[in-house]
Write a protein that binds this ligand. Structure first.
Ligand SMILES: NC(=O)c1ccc[n+]([C@@H]2O[C@H](COP(=O)([O-])OP(=O)(O)OC[C@H]3O[C@@H](n4cnc5c(N)ncnc54)[C@H](OP(=O)(O)O)[C@@H]3O)[C@@H](O)[C@H]2O)c1
Length: 367
């Protein structure tokens, strides 16, 4: 089966309603031989539609399993099964698939249920994990052998609990599918269609707005993420080539900076507002938390933005240019309805201007 771009655009409209289309899917790749039966646990949020579009364009037979609450039914070519990871798994019983790609496993008991049920009938289980399994980025170039959070630690905060649960899920999957599982430790996923997190999109939008831009930390601070299409294509590559193991999925270490990110967003927006770099200690003291891609504690985490992706690249991960990510995300953002473009972010324009004024005042007092 071949998916045309026109069809994909229609699916994007159908699936996302007021959220706009999903441009720049990776379509038109030659069909894979043989065609695989792939079950996606999830599939209708952000990563899922890109993954499903790419797998369909490669000629695979797709089944999506979810509760039917998110995103509608964007892919009529794919079989759709309704149920819940929390316990309503009846629709998966007695079925066989070559590969499962699990994009919706957060709670260890849910992942245990699905792996127990599917292990006898599935050849390969690919689990979407996260770089949040690492308690910190203690040094540059950390690979998959770096220490991870202890799932049994009772003293974890909410974000650490997310990472520890992801680690526990990795362990559950690996023991249910010995030698036939893949844990993909994804960095922040960015690109067209991110109507949920709006992290990278914060900078895409900010670049379209007037006024001095608050640059958090230092211009040379390294940042990492992964384009959703690179991730989707690589997940399908892992399925096609039975690639197992644990992999960091991210752009290359020390290859991109906060300044590069903001300037690429300005380049594609055709703007050039000045960037005022504001010291991290000042931002911390002002409780300006959650600015996308700003890492407040680089002192304790000097390896931020420098996680190794060597293993994934050796196993076929391909990365498009960061400018392409900026261009396509900008194009997607531009066609969103105004109410969606007005998403809430950790740093509103008003708060940004307030912080910039306080920063300038401090600098004048110090002069
Ligand atoms: N976003 C990031 O920056 C980032 C970074 C690192 C790792 N990750 C990981 O990447 C994965 C991708 O997330 P995504 O949201 O883009 O994936 P997605 O597959 O596009 O969307 C999530 C899917 O899960 C389904 N779902 C949610 N709860 C469910 C339940 N109880 N039972 C069955 N289905 C359920 C949703 O549909 P219904 O609501 O209709 O059930 C939806 O189809 C996640 O595992 C996440 O931890 C994300």
């Amino acid at each position: 089966m071949k998916l045309t771009r026109r069809k994909i655009t229609q699916f994007g409209l159908l699936g996302l309603g007021g959220l706009g289309t999903l441009p720049a899917f990776a379509v038109g790749a030659p069909a894979a031989q043989p065609s695989l039966k792939i079950l996606v646990l999830g599939g209708t949020g952000f990563l899922g539609p890109h993954l499903v579009a790419h797998a369909l364009s490669r000629g695979h037979k797709l089944t999506l399993f979810n509760r039917g609450k998110t995103g509608g039914t964007p892919f009529p070519e794919a079989e759709s099964l309704t149920g819940s990871r929390a316990g309503k798994l009846e629709n998966l019983k007695g079925r066989t698939w070559d590969v499962v790609i699990d994009t919706s496993g957060f709670a260890p008991p849910h992942v245990r249920k699905s792996t127990q049920l599917l292990a006898p009938n599935v050849g390969h289980y690919i689990y979407m994990s996260s770089t949040a399994v690492y308690p910190n980025f203690a040094q540059p170039g950390m690979d998959e052998s770096a220490p991870v959070l202890d799932p049994d630690d009772k003293e974890l905060d909410v974000f650490q609990r997310y990472g520890a649960n992801k680690r526990k899920c990795e362990q559950i999957v690996a023991s249910a599918f010995p030698g036939k599982s893949t844990a993909v430790r994804s960095d922040t996923i960015v690109g067209p269609g991110d109507h949920k997190h709006f992290r990278y999109t914060y900078w895409v939008r900010r670049a379209t707005q007037p006024g001095t831009i608050l640059g958090p930390g230092n211009p040379g601070d390294f940042v990492q993420f992964i384009d959703v299409r690179d991730l989707a294509e690589w997940l399908v590559h892992c399925a096609e080539n039975a690639i197992s193991g644990i992999y960091n999925a991210t752009i290359s270490p020390a290859s991109y900076t906060m300044q590069g990110l903001i300037q690429d967003c300005q380049k594609v927006a055709g703007t050039n507002a000045p960037i005022e770099w504001v010291d991290s200690d000042f931002l911390l003291a002002a409780e300006a938390r959650g600015i996308p891609f700003w890492s407040a504690n680089r002192g304790q985490s000097p390896g931020v933005g420098q996680l190794s992706n060597e293993a994934a690249k050796l196993h076929g991960l391909k990365l498009r240019s960061r400018l392409t990510t900026a261009q396509d995300t900008h194009a997607w953002y531009q066609q969103l309805p105004a109410e969606t473009q007005a998403f809430q972010s950790a740093l509103s324009v008003e708060r940004e201007q307030e912080l910039l004024a306080a920063w300038k005042k401090k600098a004048m007092q110090a002069a």
